[in-house]
Design a protein around this ligand. Structure first.
Ligand code: OOG
Ligand code: MG
Length: 257
């Protein structure tokens, strides 16, 4: 990490997000590795906290093969969610606030009692109070939505906005629920929660483990996005987006025209 300008890189990524302007990839030029990239992500979060945003949860990225293949990166990553990124279910976003937004269907967990670092997660039903269908809006700050692993980690794993649908009690099985992403009433992507590490519950174990490595602990009341079950789809002005997860229902979002 020595010699890497963590604050400077965070500033460049923060300005790119605030101004909805793409920047070139940074890792190759700056010698950023994955550990330094998480330090950049922490500095980017601090920039948001300094202007009054609140940390409300974590998200996993590239927990499905479909996403790994789409992005050409094959490691599970995690990022931070703040209150300002949350869009109410059925709410509207303005595509002009983003560079090249894409949407993807996800499963969200409402966290309850999390184990101490190093302890096993134990019963999923103790750790998670409720589950919901969700939509993540990702918006890489890098030109052409293309990046290396350290680049995407530094960029808070492309996190930009998210919608959580109605919460349900944790069902018996979460490991093979059908998932649809609909755009304007047409099916754009089809998948299964099995695509998320075989079972989205595993994403929580991975999140606890990977975030714990960087000293980050999750808290009761946080939202946890387990990762997309399908590839992401570009969000066009005027689009009506719905994510449908079997047994859990739907989450929806509209893009203003
Ligand atoms: C990185 C974020 C991936 C997911 O659910 O897999 C992600 C990206 O694809 O830009 O959020
Ligand atoms: Mg995602």
């Amino acid at each position: 990490m020595i010699g890497v300008d963590v604050a400077g890189i965070a500033e460049r990524l923060g300005v790119a997000a605030d101004s909805a302007t793409a920047i070139p990839q940074l890792a190759a030029e700056t010698g950023l590795d994955v550990d330094a990239a998480y330090a950049v992500q922490t500095a980017l979060l601090q920039r948001r906290l300094d202007r009054g945003e609140r940390l409300v949860g974590l998200k996993m990225g590239l927990t499905s093969k479909a996403k790994m293949a789409q992005m050409g990166v094959d490691e599970v990553i995690w990022g931070r969610l703040t209150d300002v990124m949350r869009v109410p279910d059925g709410g509207t976003v303005d595509v002009a606030d983003f560079i090249h937004p894409r949407v993807e269907p996800e499963v969200a967990f409402l966290l309850d009692r999390l184990p101490d670092p190093g302890e096993p997660v134990g019963a999923f039903a103790d750790a998670v109070r409720a589950v919901a269908p969700a939509i993540e809006l990702i918006d890489s700050r890098y030109a052409n939505f293309s990046f290396s692993l350290p680049d995407v980690v530094a960029d808070n794993t492309s996190a930009a906005a998210f919608v959580v649908g109605p919460w349900s009690p944790v069902p018996d099985g979460l490991d093979n629920l059908g998932v649809l992403l609909e755009i304007d009433g047409r099916v754009a992507q089809v998948g299964s929660t099995a695509a998320i590490l075989g079972d989205p519950r595993r994403a929580l174990d991975e999140g606890i483990r990977l975030a714990g490595r960087h000293g980050v602990r999750m808290h009761s009341g946080w939202v946890f996005l387990a990762g997309a079950a399908t590839a992401a789809v570009p969000l066009r002005p005027g689009a009506q987006v719905r994510a449908v997860v079997e047994k859990l229902g739907t989450a929806s979002l509209r893009a203003s025209s």
